[in-house]
Design a binder for this molecule. Sequence first.
Ligand code: ATP
Ligand code: BTN
Length: 324
Amino acid sequence: MGPATFPLLRLLADGRFHSGEDLAKHLGRSRATVSEALKHADELGVDVFSVPGKGYKLASPVEFLDAARIVQGLGSAASRVRLTLADEADSTSTRLAAAAQQGAPSGTCIAAEWQSAGRGRRGRAWQSALGASLTFSILWRFERGPGHLAGLSLAVAVAVSRALERCGVKGVGVKWPNDLVADWKKLAGILVETSGDLLGPTAAVIGVGVNFRLGEALLARIDQPAIDCMSLAAEPPSRNGILAALIAALVADLERFEREGFGAFREDWMARHAYAGRRVTVLAPGCAPREGAVTGLAEDGALVVDLDGTATRLTAAEISLRPA
Ligand code: ATP
Ligand code: BTN
C-alpha cells in the first residue's frame, strides 16, 4: 500500500467520477502517482473503475470513519473511551494486545478501516474489505481473575446485538459462544482474549467484526453463509453511527458485567438464542463431530446440549456449532 492510496480513496469516497488531473492536484502529486496508488485498491477489496475521459470512480460509495462523528455518537460513554482510528492494521486485537502490554488504560479502543490479517478463534481468518465492515477492539481491565469472566463473550454478544437493533438492524440472533447471526447466516463475530494472573487483575481485549455491506467478492471469500447490516435494515444505516452505538453499548455493558456478572445478561441472551431447541453438530478439535439437541444455557454461560441422552455442558472456547 502506498502512502497516497488512502488519501485518494477518501477523495473518491462519494462514488462519483473524479478526473486523474483533479485527484493529482488535490494530492499535490503526479498523475502517474495517482494511477500507481490506485492499483493497490484491490488489495483492500475495493473496485476502482477507470474510464478514459472521465477519470476514476469507486464501484460503490464508502463512508469513511470520522472521529468527530463517532465521539459525538458516544454521548456520555465518550469519557470512558480513548479512541484511535487507523487506516490499516494487521489486526486491531493484535495491536491492542501490544498496547495493553505497554500499560494502555481500560477503555482504549482501536478501529481500523481495513485489517490485513483479521483473526477469528483458533487461528481462523476474519474477512473484511474497506468500507464493507466494522472492525475494532476495546481493552477492558477487570480487577478479578479470568475465572470470573466466564460468559464475557456472551455478554458482549448481547451488547453488540442491542446496539445493532438500536441502529435499525432487524432479526439479530446470538449463536453460542461468540457469533451474531441473522437468517442462519453469520453477521458478526466476537473474539475475547485475556491476559493476567489467575487471581487477577485481567486485561481483556475484546475484538468485534461486523459485516456492514458485503460485496460479492468478499462474500465469496467467506467459507460459511454470511449476511450484512445493510440487508437487515429498512433504512441504510450509517457506518459511523453503528460504530458509535457499538462502543457506547460495550462501555455500558462491560461496566454492568463487572458489577453484576453474566447473570445480568442471561435473559437477554436467551431471548435472542438462535439455536434454542435446535439440533446441532458439535465440532471440537481432535474429536469426531457429534450431533445433539440444544436444551439450555447454564447460569455461567455454558451451553447445555443433549448428547445421546446425556445433558452435556459445553464450555471450551474451541467448540463450534453448526446446524445439524
Ligand atoms: P463458531 O461458529 O462456533 O463461532 P466459527 O466456525 O464461526 O465458530 P470463528 O473462529 O468463531 O469460527 O470465526 C471465524 C470463521 O468465521 C471463519 O472460519 C469463517 O468461516 C467465518 N468468517 C470469516 N470472516 C467472516 C465474515 N466477514 N462474516 C461472516 N463469517 C466470517
Ligand atoms: C470470530 O467469529 O471468530 C471472531 C471474529 C472477530 C473479528 C474481529 S475484527 C476486529 C478484531 N480484530 C481481529 O483480528 N479480530 C477481531
